[in-house]
Design a protein around this ligand. Structure first.
Ligand SMILES: [Zn+2]
Length: 502
């Protein structure tokens, strides 16, 4: 077949990778993300290579051998040996709308010393793969210490061999909501609270815990987790999480919602995408207790919080002054993930199999149904994008049976099984003629790069029909800058294995 834009894009990526490889650059690249020319940064949030490297959509999706949880019930999700098994105290029931004092950490048991057999500077690549949920008899999340007030008669756990004096023979016991033990606190059913998480990487006296908002519904149901600002400069997600969680009434909720508005607090404070060691946290999940700073933070978050989730929505924005139409990134080859995306109202879906180290990739591998939600651009608070995010999270909770609201569904948005980036071929100042969401045809001029020195104007044209699902805002660009993300119109599903195009 003729060389299509997708082929060209693919080849560019491969060529760039080979060049970097030959130049011995990947190490320096991994250790010193440079905000100006880091290959990873030419992408918007999940990056170009993520899209390019996606496996083609299969015609008839089959169940992937996702490392499913041996113990798939949410109550057994804390069987990890790393997770705390006792709650220091019952979390106070508070109205999340109230102004809160700074979060306070619950004391944690001392972590075990690093095993001697491991080299002190264990590289991430050499680290043993994290095994999700080793099969072992696990304590239920509900701890044995609940105050009796929270327990409903016969529902209380009985010691083995205890005979329950049944008043009358019951057919099927109604499932009831249980306590949730998280971050050394116990959250009773029908309550909401604000906990604190800190990855323990700072000097104890300087440790800054980040808030974790928890609503444990009065009725049983799944656990939905929402994470914002894994990249510290991505502000829309912070507000999306805050509004979504604060709007929940624990008495009305079936299931649990755990929201972490600002995961990367150090980055947030510096208005930076990165961690203090200049690593990208979203390339280090599920983390490693003995690894780099990023590995440790990822490990802490993943084991202390994420493993409690049945479903996860990780919220991001475009990077490097790029903006995104509200959209999901999801591995549509995973049937559970594909079904999950149908709960999001008015949200385009971009198929992306994800890369190693991303939170959603690691979570899916641990049996947690996960997508990335992209909304808008970094370093800005955009009301329209925030409303779109909050709306679709509410539709999701309704679809999952967690809330019951009068919800008016919009027209379904398309699923882009294929997408590609158009890059600037010249350096200069980018001026766009199109807007986010515009539909374009092959050959349409999307914008110009104007050279302020020579006065030359270089048009950038669409390489195929599609829709602008992400784009750079007007700015100074260098040749090669990924300027427009086009979700391609595809009538025919993928037949070829070697690339994304179809
Ligand atoms: Zn991001």
């Amino acid at each position: 077949m003729p060389t299509s834009p997708f082929c060209r894009n693919w080849l560019k990526t491969i060529t760039a990778a080979l060049w970097l490889s030959a130049a011995g650059l990947p190490v320096a690249w991994a250790q010193q993300p440079d905000e100006s020319d880091d290959v990873e940064d030419i992408a918007e949030d999940e990056n170009v290579s993520d899209i390019d490297a996606s496996e083609p959509r299969r015609d008839a999706p089959t169940l992937q051998p996702v490392a499913a949880l041996p113990a798939a019930t949410p109550d057994a999700a804390v069987s990890s040996a790393d997770e705390e098994s006792t709650a220091a105290k019952v979390a106070p029931n508070i109205d999340l709308k109230d102004v809160a004092p700074p979060p306070e950490l619950q004391p944690e048991p001392e972590p075990p010393a690093q095993p001697q057999r491991r080299a002190p500077a264990l590289e991430r690549e050499q680290a043993p793969r994290q095994q999700p949920h080793p099969e072992q008899p696990s304590e239920p999340v509900t701890m044995g210490e609940e105050p009796a007030a929270a327990i409903e008669g016969n529902e209380r756990e009985q010691a083995p061999g205890t005979v329950i004096p049944a008043a009358e023979p019951e057919s099927e016991p109604e499932p009831v909501a249980t306590s949730l033990t998280l971050l050394n606190s116990e959250i009773l059913p029908g309550t909401a609270t604000r906990l604190a998480w800190a990855p323990g990487i700072q000097m104890a006296g300087l440790s800054q815990p980040t808030p974790v908002l928890v609503v444990n519904g009065a009725r049983p149901g799944p656990t939905l987790c929402l994470t914002g600002a894994i990249h510290g400069d991505e502000l829309n997600g912070i507000e999306i999480v805050r509004r979504t969680v604060y709007d929940l009434d624990p008495e009305e909720l079936a299931g649990r919602v755990i929201g972490i508005p600002i995961v990367n607090l150090p980055g947030f404070e510096r208005a930076s995408r990165y961690l203090p060691d200049r690593r990208d946290l979203n390339r280090h999940f599920p983390g490693n207790r003995y690894g780099s700073l990023a590995d440790r933070i990822a490990y802490s978050l993943f084991n202390k919080v994420i493993r409690h989730c049945d479903m996860l929505v990780d919220i991001h924005t475009g990077s490097q002054r790029r903006t995104n139409l509200p959209q999901l990134r999801a591995n549509m080859n995973n049937p559970e993930v594909a079904a999950f995306t149908r709960g999001f109202d008015r949200m385009a879906v971009v198929h992306s199999s994800g890369t190693v180290g991303m939170l959603r990739t690691a979570a899916v591998a641990a049996g947690i149904t996960s997508v990335t939600l992209e909304a808008g651009e970094s370093l800005r608070i955009q009301e329209h994008q925030i409303k779109a995010g909050v709306n679709s999270l509410n539709s999701l909770m309704e679809k999952q049976g967690m809330i019951s609201r009068m919800f008016v569904w919009g027209e379904p948005e398309p699923i882009y099984y294929n997408s590609y980036w158009i890059r600037a071929e010249h350096g200069g100042i980018l001026f766009s003629d199109v807007e986010l969401g515009d539909r374009v045809r092959e050959g349409d001029v999307l914008g110009f790069v104007s050279d302020p020195i020579t006065n030359a104007r270089h048009p950038i044209k669409a390489l195929a029909n599609g829709r602008i699902i992400g784009m750079a805002v007007d700015q100074v660009v260098m040749a090669g800058f990924a300027a427009y993300h086009i979700g391609a119109v595809t009538d025919v599903p993928a037949q070829e294995d070697e690339q994304v195009e179809d």
